[in-house]
Design a protein around this ligand. Structure first.
Ligand SMILES: [Zn+2]
Ligand SMILES: [Zn+2]
Length: 215
């Protein structure tokens, strides 16, 4: 009898434990965790994309990540090149490379990048870094043998004070589009932009660089 009670108790305990460890997912009758309750872990840091929220490629929104199958408070909404339609990947699965591995995808086109000193850098950029939104094909600049960090989407007003530093890049933009300095400034004017700049910064020497695309 004593044994029976003990085993009954053990069974009850087991049941209690297992129901406690069941994740709270949408559709459950249990209370769903709020976004603030989910938002407990700091976002991972990305060497080449230090502020993906500002660049609007990571949003603070509830998601059930299709890679880790966990409820998270942030999802990646930036470029993701793969065959399948993928939605709701969390930033942590971008950071550890599990998302691009699962879908055999990438976040930046392998062939639209400057050259760098190490294959590892290219892997880090295309497999483990949030991309950014270009108007056309996104291009990633490098400096000092490594990729630069993407800083922001910019118009002429944002970069005027960096003109000297950006001279070589601005010259090649003008050459590529066959435009004058005046046309460049007009095209990149906020409010009537027909050309958008993508400002980068070297992660080693802090030099700024820029590329641009047009509507
Ligand atoms: Zn995930
Ligand atoms: Zn540099």
């Amino acid at each position: 009898m004593k044994y029976l009670i003990l085993s009954l108790f053990a069974a009850l305990m087991l049941q209690a434990c297992s129901s406690e460890s069941t994740p709270k997912v949408e559709g459950d009758t249990e209370r769903i965790l709020t976004i603030d309750e989910l938002d407990t872990i700091p976002l991972p840091e990305f060497k080449y994309n230090p502020d993906p929220i500002k660049l609007e490629v990571i949003e603070r929104v509830r998601t059930t990540c299709p890679v880790c199958n966990e409820l998270k408070a942030y999802k990646y909404v930036g470029p993701f090149y793969c065959i399948e339609e993928v939605e709701g990947i969390c930033p942590w699965c971008i950071k550890d490379g599990s998302a691009t591995k699962k879908y055999n995808g990438s976040t930046q086109d392998w062939s639209s990048c400057d050259s760098v000193d190490s294959h590892e850098y290219k892997y880090e950029l295309t497999k483990r870094t949030p991309g950014y939104f270009g108007w056309q094909q996104e291009y990633w600049l490098s400096h000092c043998g490594d990729f630069c960090a993407i800083i922001d989407y910019v118009g002429w007003e944002d970069i005027e004070h960096l003109e000297q530093e950006l001279l070589p890049d601005l010259a090649s933009i003008k050459k590529d589009y066959n435009i004058s300095q005046e046309e460049l400034e007009t095209n990149m004017k906020e409010g009537s932009m027909t050309m958008q700049g993508y400002l980068f910064q070297c992660i080693k020497c802090n030099q700024h660089r820029i590329c641009a695309d047009a509507l």
